[in-house]
Design a protein around this ligand. Sequence first.
Ligand code: FCB
Length: 440
Amino acid sequence: MRHKRSDFPEGFLFGTATSSYQIEGHAQGGAGRSIWDDFAATPGNVVRAESGARACDHYTRYEADLDLVAAAGFDCYRFSLSWARVLPEGRGAVNTEGLDFYDRLTDAMLERGLKPAATLYHWELPSALQDMGGWRNRDIASWFADYSQVIMERIGDRMWSVAPINEPWCVAWLSHFMGLHAPGVRDIRAAARAMHHVLLAHGRAIEVMRALGMANLGAVVNMEWAMPADDTPEAAQAAARYDAIYNRWFLSGLFKGAYPALALEGLEPHMPKGWQNDFPTIQAPLDWCGLNYYTRKLLAADAGPWPAVREVEGPLPKTLMDWEIFPEGLYQFLKRTASEYTGDLPLYVTENGMASRDVLQDGHVYDEGRVAYIDNHLEAVRRAQAEGVPVDGYFVWSLLDNYEWALGYEKRFGLVHVDFDTLVRTPKSSYHALTAALKA
Ligand code: FCB
């Protein structure tokens, strides 16, 4: 790696990220059923119908996994809490085994000198709440606030940071408009409601945590740099519309108390009643904003109903996800987010990384592509910093190869290889390169 810790300002934090359903093994420890269990059990949704039932068995192996995080020299560990593990029915009875697990996990981080950076929701909605409409139902904001209270009363005193919801675009649009993630809905009215309720739930959780006296609360949004596929005005318009729905909706809601006109043009008729009055809650003050960034998209106009946008394959080198590698987009997003939305608020890159084929050869995994990917995105961070953008940390997705949602276990994002038969962990070249960079 070209970059090392000393290239960054004093106090700049490095971390690595995971999420509960992707690594823990959801079948263990009394967790309730989640929409991802249901989605995976429905033919055609997930590659080989794989689920997170066992995943990386982090539930029992968390101490060894955290040893790997600490040994690499990371400062922070970004992890998520499973709502269904804490409250199997989403509301009501608490699973004490689940609370105890997150308590032990927290202490295990602190014992290793790692800052716990928690996310309250990384997509495994309890199925019982989906039965009541899930993200379509406005009541989800109260259910989520109550869940936040239950878990943070137990571990909130030891969190370094908390974000309520990972990637609201995925929760709302990918899952309720495109239907590619659980609950697999393709319905514009459901999508419009989810787009709003996810931010309302975020705001309610922030209020709950402030009332508990907690600090360093933020939001984590995902971004894809949207570019026109050609130089027609139609393509420019398609890219702007994609940008409004994907990137600007959530930042505008959180930091401007409004939704972008280019997204409302299609969604307004489907919005829940009184949505305009919810911004004081949605805009609960934050201490930082996290950006998850992987790729860009090229867009063209499409026939058919709004948003009438079509993705066009781009020419750049791609990762195993077929995502073009475009570090410039991270630089642009950091600049634009600070200048248009967040001002002096600290920004973090809360996820960045790539999937590659990653095979074990004589006990090694040579993933030089990942080393270059991380290096080039760190360069984008440095460029933004040099121009005055307050970027305070960078988290690699992910610590471990894990359950990559609808794509199952074959898309390996880890710094550490996982053999999904034996569950043996093998640090890859990227892990060793980062270790050297962080200790330098
Ligand atoms: C992000 C998700 C994370 C993982 C990476 C590849 O959108 O937050 O769980 O799937 O993409």
